[in-house]
Design a protein around this ligand. Sequence first.
Ligand code: PEP
Ligand code: MG
Length: 589
Amino acid sequence: MKCDNTYFTGNGVVPGIAIGRAYVLSKRSVSPSLKHITEHEVEFEIKRFEAAVERSYAHLESIKAKIDSHYHDPGHIIEAQQLMLKDEELRLSVCQAIEQRLVNVEWALTLALQKYEEVFAGVEDEYLRERFADIHHLVNNLQRNLSGAECVRLEPPPDAVVVADEISPAEAIQLGRAAISALVTQKGGRTSHTVIIAKSFEIPCVVGVKEIVQDVGTGDLVLVDGAEGSIILNPCLERVQEYRLRMHKNFALEQSLISQSRAPATTLDGETFSVYANIDFSEDADTALSHGAEGIGLYRTEFLFISKLREALDEEVHYHDTKKLLSLWGSGPLTIRTFDLGSDKFPIIRQEIPLESNPALGLRSIRLSLVKRDIFKKQLRGILRAWVQYPETDLRFMFPLISGYDEFMLAKEVLIEAQTELEAQGHEIPEPLCVGSMIELPSAAMQADLLATECDFFSIGSNDLTQYAIAVDRNNDAVSHLFNPLNVGVLRLMKRVIECGQAAGIPVSICGDMATDPIAALVLMGMGMKIFSVPPGFIPHVKRLIRSVKREEITRLTRQGLGLKSGHSMEKLFREALEPIIAAESPHP
Ligand code: PEP
Ligand code: MG
């Protein structure tokens, strides 16, 4: 057997170790050729287009039908693709090309794709740019089925390491169902739908691995480290043994942590903290519970808008989605954040809003909700109606990116309006209405005392609070070295929020990514934070961290650290004082 330990690297986007045989997916695209048609053939070509759309739609339907309740369609991605297939704009551009340029449908699709490409090429937003890949897959599928080729059925053997140039979301779902052990692609960004699916199926995944397809053959032995973003092709015996050992150790550690995750997070000196889950899709409530979540601290409802496109403008979609969430959830607080669209999170409704030169400071989050009040109200009505059926649930409403007292009151007014309307229509809305604010802007942090008179709780969004306090774009690699929630200014803002919450007697939680970092989580604890909300996979780790420290020691260290001149000094202080504990927590899941 060949054994040369060829090393590849890319972006590790879903952590985990995998050992398996490569299953290489060859290029699945076709190259359509241009054919001029006569005016008499226009109708025929349009009919061919419509038939191809129906065939592709049916193919997606058959994939959807195979997705059982366990292997769900994360974010309803297949449905989103079906919607895209029937999109009026796509139809219009294809039909216009057939009619006006008198070309065959295959070529009309290529022209339509070029048009989309031009529009997307000028877009800076990574998430948006990746939506072009979705359209590309879709057009490719249509061209394939027009050429008479069968829709590709992917049937890799279980435990295969799938290697491909790129993978469409529909293909990723088929692969997830096939129980592959890892996914490696040459193209694809961190926020693509394919990655979202890989995360949902917990498939270790590395994207952006240059020129791997040409070097790997189906059947080759491959080692994958999804955290590090590395791949070893044709490894020697020692490397395989090393990876096998790491895999077993990781698995045993995760299992033992998960088995203890339902127990409370109590420090060595007897103080108990709450650990909640952040979820992006309603069906993730299941995972949250199995990982020991005592509450949902953040449900990011905007993913519904991103994946369900225009449908999410409908009250019914929110009603059904919340009903699903409530039916899966047990006891404990369940915090639904109203849609946080705009800026880096692209919503379909932004198409109706002029392009902004500075979207991070533009019409996003609650500002967008207050401008698109009708859509906002529909979301609130849908959630409230679902709650009527589960009145015992401790449901909480949370507004994103609140800048101050007035804005919070305006948002709350819409919620009360929705409640009053529904009650007038005979719905019995449960009591009390619990309404809180994300604290993600320095202006909100500085007036936390005022906000506390109206808010039932606060949740610190450290991702945005850090971004806005330091003026450092959270998505920009060039300034990522400046993005530090332990920056003295940011910590002072957070401390103020915690103290204002304590003075007013309302709960304060952290739901930003900061809480997944062991040192930052301890600093928050030292400043008085009592509730930590993190992605489900991190819950067992945060609980273990809390159980391994003394509250009194953390408070003392934090007090000392807050007197230092930089976040890095604070970090050093904690690292030196708690070295073995911090080391045990790295790397995270
Ligand atoms: C945050 O900003 O910290 C937060 C939790 O919200 P999001 O990451 O969704 O912007
Ligand atoms: Mg935020």
